[in-house]
Each structure stands twice: as structure tokens, then as C-alpha cells.
Design a protein around this ligand. Structure first.
Ligand SMILES: NC(=O)c1ccc[n+]([C@@H]2O[C@H](COP(=O)([O-])OP(=O)(O)OC[C@H]3O[C@@H](n4cnc5c(N)ncnc54)[C@H](OP(=O)(O)O)[C@@H]3O)[C@@H](O)[C@H]2O)c1
Length: 333
């Protein structure tokens, strides 16, 4: 199976399915380094060699650093290994020292000489210090500590301000799924115009978008055993509720059966086919569950116009999440 890759920048090639590491930060079952790090090898050996993490994802960067060290020791080829991390500072003034220290810590934890991509998150738009942080990140890029600067959960309005100030982020990481199609309203055209790529999360709704929930009675929050499932069940509620979601799952199941694949593959392919989307991040509960071979099937799936028509028939019945929540990332503010 050929792994789809894409250049996020001329010198940064990533897999179009990226392994997400939020799941190691807690609330997704008991994940230990003893189980997680060997599990990372299975992804790597299967060709899924790009990882998404953050300075705030518990031990994620350390797991990556240990994994990278083990690969190095075993003489493995590291050229395809990509670690995308995030800088998620607490609100407040952004001094050069603070930003330098945060990046240095990520470099040390990840056991790497420079960070491939630092995706910057900011909690409070009323505080314009995010522009200071970007200035310091740019200086670290110029010094060779950061290969590229990306963003996460920024809206188009703030991205325009950044571009006006001369910053050139290569990507924005946002929620994008069959349920949450807010990026279509403004973000996609903005990114196209400014050559910025999208990396997406929530594409599988934490696992809601799968056979496991097809025909299932509506779960309560207590029934849902991961933070991720709980988070995206709230999105389903805002989008149109459980009965409309069941209609969507049933349609996806029909499409999946037609192509001899699974619901998750249809959902992932639908987002990967969006022109500005560089990659879909799929959360990995390392050592607890494993969908590697199934997710690789997405690369050989082609959706046709009938499939798109069937999906649109359902999604057009849903509420407008842009109206309810706002542009991308507004759910964090
Ligand atoms: N920037 C941000 O603010 C932000 C926010 C959230 C997430 N993220 C990033 O995105 C990543 C993705 O996390 P997410 O919370 O959005 O979760 P997600 O990717 O929507 O869901 C992941 C879950 O889907 C299930 N799954 C995966 N492949 C499957 C398949 N082929 N068939 C059936 N089920 C499958 C697994 O559940 P089981 O393990 O139960 O089988 C897995 O744990 C995170 O790790 C993180 O890197 C970023």
C-alpha cells in the first residue's frame, strides 16, 4: 500500500495520515511508556511516520524523544520521521526568554536538534501578545531551531492580522470532519489564497464515526470512556443530535460497503480530499488500540460523486456550526 505524502513546505514532507498523541496525555485509558513506545514502532514500520504532539500533551514529546533515540540506536532510517509539536503558552506577556525556553524544552524532550514544525496556539485574542510570540518564534526559525512555524486553532481574522504583520505560517491545525465543516466558510479560501495548509483533527470524532456507534443507542457522557469521545459527542449534539448522526453513520456504512472498506476510511478520505488539507491527524491510543492497517486502506479509497451526493443529503440537514460556534478555533475561546 502506497503511503500518501505531501510537502507541507519544500523541505518538510509529511504523511497525509498523521498519528495524534493527545491520547497519551490522560483521559484515554492507562497508557505507559513501556507499552506506548514499542507501539510507536508499529506505526513507523507501517510507513505512518509523522507524529503530532504538543508541549501540553503530558509525556508525548518525551515518548517521541525516547522513540527517536531507540530508532537511532537500532541504526534505523530516521529520514522519514517527522515530529510536529505545538507551543501552547499560558496567557500573558510573551518575552523572548519565555519563548526561547519553551522551544528549548521541546527540543530536549524530543531529542532532536531542531523542531520540524511548531504549531502555535493562543487562548485570548484580547491580548495581542500573540504577535510578540510569533516574533520570537521567527527569530528561533532564523537561528535554525525551528524549521517551520504553524498555527493551531486560529481563526481567519487573526491569521489575516499575522500576514499583515509579515508572518508566514505554513499551516493551521483545526477541527474538520463530516460533522464540523466550518473551515469551508472562510478558512479554506483564505488558506488557498495565502498558500497555508490545513492539518485536521476530530475527523473521526474520537471514534464516534465508526461501526462501533452505528445503530447504538445515544450514549450519556458517562458511557463515553475517553475525553475525545466526550468532546466530539458535544459537537454531534450541537450539529444535529444523535438521530441525524445515526442517519449519517448509516449512509457512511452504505458507502463503505460499496467500496469494501469501513466508515472511518470514508470519513478520513472525505476530509483528505479537501484541497487545502495536507493531512488528517488520527488519535492513537498507543498500546491500547490499533487501527494502523485499517487506516492505511484510506490511501486506496476513491469517493465518487454519488458518495458525495449521499453525504451532502445528510449534512445539509444539520445546524450551521459556524453560526453556533463561530470560525475555526472559537470553541477554545
Ligand atoms: N490542536 C488541537 O486543539 C487539537 C485538539 C484535539 C486533537 N488534536 C490532535 O488530533 C489528534 C486526534 O485526536 P482526536 O481527539 O481528534 O481523535 P480522533 O482522531 O477523531 O479519534 C481517534 C480515535 O478514533 C478511533 N479510531 C481510529 N482509527 C479508527 C478506525 N480505523 N476505525 C474505528 N475507529 C478508529 C480510535 O478509538 P479507539 O482507540 O477507542 O479504538 C482512536 O482513539 C490528537 O491526538 C491530537 O494530536 C489537536
Amino acid at each position: 500500500m502506497k503511503i500518501e505524502t505531501v510537502n507541507l513546505a519544500p523541505d518538510l514532507k509529511i504523511c497525509r495520515i498523521i498519528n495524534g498523541m493527545w491520547q497519551v496525555a490522560g483521559g484515554h485509558g492507562y497508557i505507559t511508556p513501556q507499552n506506548a513506545i514499542p507501539a510507536m514502532t508499529s506505526y513507523h514500520d507501517a510507513g505512518l511516520t509523522s507524529w503530532d504532539m504538543a508541549d501540553i500533551y503530558g509525556p508525548a514529546e518525551e515518548f517521541f524523544g525516547k522513540f527517536r533515540h531507540d530508532l537511532e540506536q537500532s541504526g534505523s532510517d530516521l529520514s522519514n520521521l517527522v515530529g510536529l509539536t505545538k507551543f501552547v503558552p499560558n496567557p500573558g506577556p510573551m518575552s523572548k526568554n519565555l519563548v526561547q525556553r519553551a522551544i528549548k524544552n521541546s527540543i530536549l524532550r524530543m531529542n532532536i536538534s531542531k523542531l520540524d514544525l511548531v504549531q502555535f496556539h493562543w487562548w485570548d485574542y484580547d491580548d495581542p501578545s500573540y504577535l510578540d510570540a510569533l516574533r520570537h518564534l521567527t527569530a528561533l526559525h532564523d537561528e535554525g531551531k525551528v524549521l517551520h512555524i504553524g498555527l493551531t486553532n486560529f481563526d481567519t481574522r487573526r491569521m489575516q492580522i499575522m500576514l499583515d504583520e509579515g508572518f508566514e505560517p505554513v499551516s493551521n491545525q483545526i477541527q474538520y470532519s463530516l460533522i464540523d465543516q466550518r473551515p469551508q466558510v472562510e478558512m479554506e479560501s483564505f488558506c488557498k489564497k495565502n498558500n497555508i495548509k490545513l492539518l485536521t483533527y476530530g475527523t473521526l470524532g474520537g471514534g464516534l464515526v465508526s461501526e462501533r456507534f452505528l445503530g447504538a443507542p445515544e450514549p450519556t457522557q458517562a458511557d463515553l470512556d475517553t475525553y475525545s469521545l466526550q468532546k466530539y459527542k458535544n459537537m454531534v449534539d450541537a450539529w444535529g443530535g444523535w438521530s441525524l448522526f445515526q442517519k449519517l453513520l448509516s449512509t457512511l456504512d452504505k458507502i463503505a460497503k460499496k467500496h469494501q472498506t469501513k466508515i472511518a476510511n470514508v470519513a478520513t478520505r472525505f476530509i483528505l480530499d479537501k484541497p487545502e488539507v495536507a493531512g488528517v491527524i488520527i488519535g492513537a491510543r498507543l498500546g491500547l488500540s490499533d487501527h494502523i492497517e485499517q487506516n492505511k486502506e484510506t490511501f486506496s479509497l476513491k469517493l465518487d460523486s454519488d458518495d458525495h451526493h449521499m453525504i451532502t443529503e445528510i449534512t445539509t440537514q444539520a445546524n450551521d456550526l459556524y453560526d453556533i460556534i463561530g470560525d475555526c478555533g472559537s470553541e477554545y475561546r
